[in-house]
Structures are given as C-alpha cells and as structure tokens.
Design a protein around this ligand. Sequence first.
Ligand code: G6P
Length: 461
Amino acid sequence: MVNDLAQILVASNRGPVSYTTTGAGELEARRGGGGLVSGLSAIDSGEQSLWVCAALGDGDREAVRRGVGEPGVRMLDIDPAVHSAAYNGIANSVLWFVHHMLYQTPLEPVFDQEFRSQWDSYRAYNRAFAEALAEAAAPEAAVLVQDYHLALTPGMLRELRPDLRIGHFSHTPWAPPEYFGLLPDDIAGELLRGMLGADRLGFLTERWADAFTDCCDRVVGGTGRTETGVHGLGADADFLRERAHRPDVGTRLAELREAVGPDRRTVVRVDRTELSKNIVRGLLAYRELLETRPEWRERVVHIALAYPSRQDLAVYRDYTAEVSRLAAEINDTYGTPGWTPVVVHVKDDFARSLAAYRMADVALVNPIRDGMNLVAKEVPVVSDAGCALVLSREAGAHAELGEFAITVNPYDVTATADALHRALTMPPAERADRTKHLAAAATALPPRRWFLDQLEALRSL
Ligand code: G6P
C-alpha cells in the first residue's frame, strides 16, 4: 500500500502524545508541544508524515494494545526491560552524563559487564526504531532522527534502506574529545559510526558541531561523507504571547503574586530538576546574595519552578531532594512571618511557568552545560515589564543571547550572586533595551523555520 507510506518521518524516544488510564479504564491522551510538533505542523499537507516514538508507560502500552492512537503517530511497544536499560541505563545515565560532563570522575563512570548488557539493549532499542522506519518510509523519504537516545538508528536504517535521506539532530551539547574518550573505545566508535550512517547531522550551535567533528577525527578518522549543520532552535513568539494571556495563566499569576507579596523583586527559574541545570548552585548563589547583601532581605523572592524528571534513577531523585532541602534551609534561615525567600513548585504546570515568566524581574539560567536552553529565550518574550537575564556561558543559547545577558561561569557561586545583584539593580531603561534585543535574538529562528530548514537541507543533498 504505497499510499500509506510516509514521505517525512520523525523518530524520537518521547512522542507528541502520551496516554494514561483513568480509574474507569478509559484512555486519556495528553498532547505535548515543543519544536518538532510545531515543525511538523508547517509541512505541506499533501505530504504524508509519520512520527515514530516509544510507548513510555503503562498507559501508552495499553493504547498500543487496544490499537488506540493519533493519525501520523506510531508508538513502538518495546519490551519494558529493554527500554529501561536503553533509556535509563545508557541514554540518561551514560550518554547524558558524557555530553553534559556530569561524572564525578574519581568514582564514575564504571564500564563493566552490566554496562555492556545495557548497551545490548540500547542496540535492540535503536534497531526497533530502524525497522519501524524502514517499514513505513516511502522511497527516498526524509527521516529526521532525534537525539542521543537514537544514535545508532541512522546507521542501522541506512543498511535496511539505502534509498532514504537520513538526518539526525542532537538536542544536547556534544562532549569534547577528551571527555568523550571516557567511553570504551569500541563503544565510542560504534556510536559515532551509527550517527555517521546519516546523510546529515544537525546541532544547536557551532560549538557542539565542532566537538562532534573533533571526536570523529580522533576516534573514526573523520566524518566521511556525512554533512554537519547548525540549526539553533528559537522561541515561538506568537504561540507564547497568546498562551501567556489566557485565563489559566492569569489565575497562576494571581497566586504567585500573593506568594511573593507586594513591592518585591523576583528572580525566576524554570527547569526540569536535572543535574545539568545547576539548580543547587543557583540556590547557593541566592543564599549568598541574602547573606552578603542584607539590603535584599524582605525585598526579593526567588521563584524556583523545578519539575522532577527521570525519577526512576537514584541520582536524579537525590538531586531533586537536595533542591528541596536547600530551599527549605534558606527559608528557615532567612524567612520572616511575612516573607518567604524561596517559593518552590515541583508540579509540572505550563500555565504556572508562563505566569512566572510574566512576572520575572530577573531570569536565572545557569546550567553546567546545555544544548540550547529555551527558558532563556522564552522569558524575555513573555515577561510583562522586561527582565534581566543571568545566563551561563555554557548554555547553547549564550552564543545568540550572550551580548545582552549578564554572563556567568556556572560553577562560580560568588560571581552568580554578584550577577543577581547586578541584574536586580539594572536601571529600567537598560533593562527594557536589553529585553528588546533578547526577545529579537530569541525568536530569530522559530520552530517551524528550524524544522523546515533541516528538511530542505536534507532533501537538497
Ligand atoms: C532533553 C532531551 C530531549 C528530552 C528532554 C526531556 O531536552 O534532549 O530529548 O525529551 O530532555 O527528557 P525526558 O527524559 O523526560 O524525555
């Protein structure tokens, strides 16, 4: 049935929709946003597209079993043990740690038999995607494979379907060769060769693309026939501005204003609670601000929206606990009856994130390393009165926004405290001017453009 084959395919671990089963046994669908969703919405309606993703929980698996789904989405029901070893074991415990340089190297990493067996699962998981894509793709279709979960899929797919145009996009940083070299040599080679099975590899910044090329030079003697390209993903201004003024955001705004209290400045951060985001050092910097500049006590509130992520893994759970512990300690030490220095929310709530963006005087974005960081781009677009951005030089977004932000070394807590002070005391005219430039730079490459550019580049090879 040639007509059912897709001309444009996207593959990613997490898909655009997820299912939960209600008490009554009904399936409830939840649709996500993000760059790929708006990107796909921009393609010509005459072209058939398919998004291949993994079933991630019991609800998703039940949906697959019942044959429930969205048009244009195919969920793969991969054996839960295989998926867990690939996703938790390799993707989020090894590859995420390598690319974000998160290991505490005296004790980690340890590449032993357990790792090797997880790597077998990672291969099987990548192969499941390659097979599904090979089956569903029209002749010479364009396939856009996403991220470190699926580094081997391009090579596997190329073997099955040499006619396809295969792209791969990395949403993370890429490790420099000295750090990438922590991986066992055979695995490092397999990983790079897997990616080089693509015709074209996309990265968020020059820095990550260069690091990838350096790794290839060192490990496999170059990138061969594969092209690399840089596509910096920007914020979706129209969507954000409209969404940020809906009634549910208004409700959240009122709640947050109540928690902050009158006539106080706000320092806002919004992250998945995840080790690369550096939330703990952000709190230490805020504590140092209150300690060394007591004039800020009672006059500022830190709104920290820290949404738990990857809680199957102890290291992420421990980090989440440390964030809560430290926030509580700061509140115990400095709080007064009418003033809570840190307001923390951990329940993922997009309307609340937008409300926090709107009331931000200062946005704190201080990751250890980050592929891009869209929060840095979204806050200036949405903030009601303009906001100063304190931005890590290790975030991909720094390449585009650094000129108008206050730059910090993410490890330097004292410098971050100083940067917060500077941001809080920035004259209103300067703040307004910087916000204008930040918003312009942040929206220069909207998600639709980002997606279509990649598609066009892949097809014109
Ligand atoms: C990063 C990755 C994405 C991933 C997201 C959320 O941005 O690059 O591929 O979807 O984190 O992580 P999760 O593990 O919850 O999918």
